[in-house]
Design a protein around this ligand. Structure first.
Ligand SMILES: Nc1ncnc2c1ncn2[C@@H]1O[C@H](COP(=O)(O)OP(=O)(O)OP(=O)(O)O)[C@@H](O)[C@H]1O
Ligand SMILES: Nc1nc2c(c(=O)[nH]1)N[C@H]1C(S)=C(S)[C@@H](COP(=O)(O)O)O[C@H]1N2
Length: 177
């Protein structure tokens, strides 16, 4: 099987202008590198907190690049320029609110402001899109928590079978699937 393309989208005004170095994209790749045993490669995008740019990146990664999984970081809070959840909803056909619920619950053990994140997830065709907060430390908190459900979700939407290192993350698939 060819290496699976995975979309890694940083949404940040300052990182996209080069004011600071993007630490979010590399942090997502580090978590995926720990968890996945299936060969994969990142399709990295860095965009400002602008709905059209975020939506265009998500559409391109899903429709043209064929990414079964697209992970975003940043732009999930309540500030006026935080629009990643709106962009995600606009491009998705179906939402999966359980992802946001679990990630907020896990993050609440780390920081009380976890409730400020409107992070969500949804599907566009054969792609699962998952939002993470912008703080680089939030990335492993959130992605480790939801990853056990991601391979089966991708099975269900017709994507490739993703295998994980069971010492790091046990992917749950119901018996017989
Ligand atoms: N991609 C990133 N790389 C490095 N640090 C980041 C990144 N995104 C966020 N941070 C850090 O986490 C903090 C909170 O993230 P948040 O997404 O709220 O940033 P922000 O205030 O919206 O600014 P911006 O959109 O310019 O990143 C930032 O102030 C910054 O210190
Ligand atoms: N695990 C974790 N979740 C977190 C945080 C964090 O530091 N760690 N920061 C919170 C804060 S302060 C905000 S404002 C929201 C939204 O962040 P974003 O706008 O960078 O996506 O995520 C929240 N969730």
């Amino acid at each position: 099987m060819d290496a699976v393309p995975i979309g890694v989208v940083t949404v940040s005004d300052r990182a996209s202008r080069g004011i600071y170095e993007d630490k979010g994209g590399p942090a997502i790749e580090a978590v995926l590198g720990r968890i996945l045993t299936t060969p994969w490669h990142a399709k990295r995008r860095l965009v400002a907190d602008e709905r059209p740019a975020i939506e265009a990146a998500l559409r391109e990664l899903a429709d043209d690049e064929g990414c079964p999984l697209i992970v975003t970081t940043g732009g999930t809070g309540p500030a006026p320029r935080d629009v990643t959840p709106e962009a995600t909803e606009a491009v998705c056909e179906r939402m999966l609110p359980g992802f946001g619920e679990l990630m907020r619950a896990v993050s609440l053990r780390v920081v009380p402001t976890a409730i400020l994140s409107r992070q969500t997830a949804g599907t566009r065709g054969r792609s699962l899109i998952v939002n993470l907060p912008g703080k680089p430390s939030a990335i492993s908190d959130c992605l480790d928590a939801v990853f056990p459900a991601i391979p089966y979700c991708i099975d269900l939407i017709g994507g490739p079978r993703l295998e994980t290192d069971p010492a790091v993350c046990v992917a749950f698939r119901p018996k017989g699937s």
